[in-house]
Write a protein that binds this ligand. Structure first.
Ligand code: NAD
Length: 260
């Protein structure tokens, strides 16, 4: 299996394909994490708001995979913005996860007092309690405001990207600033697997529709972490690492874009 990584602007190599645990019920999460790590995933995307960080930690320990081999992203809960609150919230996440650092800590969404929150994230990174810091669901203006106030450019910006809504202007902005784009909802919450283009390309390259959509994200330089609780689908999605799309295939998927 290929080990694709993207180097962030702080030098950290993030595994380009992971799995997300949004809407994975806490009683199922440890099993899903253990299964995914057993299959070969090395990147899990959770959040304080998902209510399953403790079970992510449990699954990691049960897997037997060393902590340092797994990339863990979590996100600041909406109710915990502000300098002191953000720091306290991270400490609670570390307790729940049972680890002394997270690889990536994101502000889940903008909330007003973002500069102070961003200063807290910078301090947590300087102290080594988080390795990389980033944002999610911000506008370009919101990102610029934080960079201008602190001089610290986020390592990633996690936004909803899929071939139907690729947010090309935002992706160009990220490239100019050295920010890696993470795609949430990469399969459009599962709906793209039924799209005729995804099915046609899949047939042409001998893969599944989910694999070709995920491969489009990978070949476009995006970091991606589809969600599934099903072992078969987890394995299928991981198979995107070994699919190869030609320029023609990529262009066909680009044309799925919704006309503005
Ligand atoms: P997704 O595009 O990953 O779709 C998930 C759905 O697709 C699943 O419910 C499953 O039914 C289906 N699916 C998965 N694999 C499949 C396969 N091989 N074949 C057919 N169907 C399949 O959407 P998502 O779960 O919303 O996003 C992925 C991750 O992104 C989340 O788990 C979470 O970690 C993250 N996320 C972040 C935010 C944010 O605000 N930052 C918001 C939503 C999600």
């Amino acid at each position: 299996m290929a080990d694709l990584r993207v180097t962030l602007n702080d030098g950290s190599p993030i595994p380009q394909l992971g799995f997300g645990v949004y809407h994975v019920p806490p009683p199922d999460t440890a099993r899903v994490v253990r299964t995914a790590l057993g299959l070969g995933y090395r990147h899990v995307d959770t959040a304080q708001g998902y209510g399953n960080e403790a079970q992510v930690g449990e699954g990691l320990r049960a897997s037997g995979v060393p902590r340092e081999d797994v990339w863990i992203t979590t996100k600041l809960d909406d109710g915990r913005h502000g300098y002191d609150e953000a720091r306290a919230a991270l400490a609670e996440s570390l307790d729940r996860l049972g680890t002394d650092y997270v690889d990536l800590f994101l502000i889940h969404r903008p909330k007003g007092a973002d500069v102070e929150t961003w200063r807290a994230m910078c301090a947590l990174r300087d102290e080594g309690r988080v390795r990389s810091i980033g944002l999610s669901n911000f506008s370009r203006r919101g990102v610029r405001e934080l960079v201008d106030a602190t001089g610290v450019v986020p390592a990633v910006h996690q936004i909803r990207v899929n071939p139907r809504t690729p947010h090309r202007a935002m992706q160009r902005f990220h490239r100019r600033r050295g920010i890696v784009t993470e795609s949430w909802g990469p399969l459009r919450e599962g709906r793209l697997v039924a799209h005729p283009t995804a099915r046609r390309v899949a047939e042409r390259v001998g893969a599944t529709p989910a694999q070709v959509i995920l491969r489009w994200h990978l070949q476009r330089g995006l970091v991606v972490f589809p969600k599934s609780s099903d072992p078969g689908r987890l394995a299928e999605n991981l198979g995107a690492l070994d699919v190869e799309l030609s320029r023609r295939d990529l262009a066909a998927i680009d044309r799925m874009r919704r006309r503005p």
